[in-house]
Each structure stands twice: as structure tokens, then as C-alpha cells.
Design a protein around this ligand. Structure first.
Ligand SMILES: [Zn+2]
Length: 169
């Protein structure tokens, strides 16, 4: 992340701009209009340029190379909450399109298990962050259960033998 006090020559289109009011939130850009989802700040590109010229330091973040379109995909308009989109971009700065494409494929093929909020938090708290860990955890749980059942039946046999022994004695 770099901090600049003036707009670079090619700043437009290559940098994300942080909100000049809250400074930790990236401005959401729609065409020439910039807005902050957190404090409601709004400006167009020209307005930001003016602010910069008059001494407001605008923090920018160079955009990572645009991600190539995943093979065999088409562009579709989808509705998404702006704050969600910003979080997604932050979480997957280099592979968001491929990640979403995989999620869409999985959803369509019933190959996705979705956990929300509380369940997801519980899983994370148990150290489970992905599908492979989930499968391992379930397999381990089944194995432990099988071993437990084995032990219970062994104990049952032992108790039977003991009762028999006592009855004889
Ligand atoms: Zn703001």
C-alpha cells in the first residue's frame, strides 16, 4: 500500500482510493463517482482531484493486475451488497473471479456445503477452515465412535464372563 498526496499521472483506473474522511475504507467506484460505504462521503473524480490539489492527502492502493477471465466463462450481472463486494475483493485480491466461478460451479452441481454465521464460527473455533479439514474431522469422529462401540462390546463380554465366574464361585 502506498500513500500519495497527489494523484499520479495514471492514477485513474490503476489505483483504489481510500476515503479521505475515514481513511481506512476504500471508496466504492461507479463510473466517475466515488462513495464511502462507511461514512457516506461522495465525490466524483474531479472533486477528489480538487481535494488533492488543495492539500488533502489521498491514500491510494495500487490495483493488482486485473485477473484474467476464467476459461469458458461468460460475464453475468449479479446483485451484491457493496460492502460484501469490498470484503470479497480484499479477501481475494488476486483470484476473486476464479473463486466465484468455482463457487458458482459448485452451487450448480450441488457440490457446495454452505455454513453461515454461527456454524461457520463454531467450525473455525474448532480449527476447521476448509472442506478437507471437515472431512478429516468427520472421519476421525466416526473412527473414534467405532472404537468406542468396540470397547463397549468388549466390556460387555468381560462383564458376562465375570458374572459367570461369580455364579460358579
Ligand atoms: Zn468514509
Amino acid at each position: 500500500m502506498s500513500s500519495m498526496s497527489v494523484f499520479g499521472k495514471n492514477a485513474k483506473g490503476v489505483s483504489d482510493i481510500y476515503c479521505p474522511q475515514c481513511s481506512d475504507t476504500l471508496l466504492h467506484r461507479e463510473y466517475e463517482n466515488y462513495s464511502c460505504m462507511k461514512c457516506g462521503f461522495q465525490s466524483d473524480y474531479r472533486g477528489l482531484q480538487e481535494m488533492s490539489r488543495h492539500g488533502t492527502a489521498l491514500k491510494m492502493q495500487r490495483k493488482i493486475h486485473p485477473e484474467p477471465q476464467p476459461d469458458g466463462t461468460v460475464s453475468q450481472a449479479v446483485y451484491v451488497r457493496p460492502e460484501t463486494w469490498e470484503n470479497l475483493r480484499r479477501k481475494h485480491p488476486e483470484n476473486l473471479m476464479h473463486t466465484l466461478s468455482d463457487v458458482f460451479d459448485g452451487l450448480a452441481a450441488n457440490g457446495v456445503v454452505i455454513t453461515f454465521d454461527e456454524d461457520a464460527r463454531k467450525l473455525r473455533a474448532m480449527g476447521i477452515n476448509n472442506g478437507a479439514q471437515m472431512v478429516t474431522a468427520m472421519e476421525t469422529a466416526r473412527m473414534v465412535e467405532a472404537e468406542r462401540n468396540q470397547l463397549i462390546s468388549t466390556l460387555g463380554l468381560l462383564k458376562g464372563s465375570l458374572d459367570q465366574f461369580r455364579a460358579q464361585g
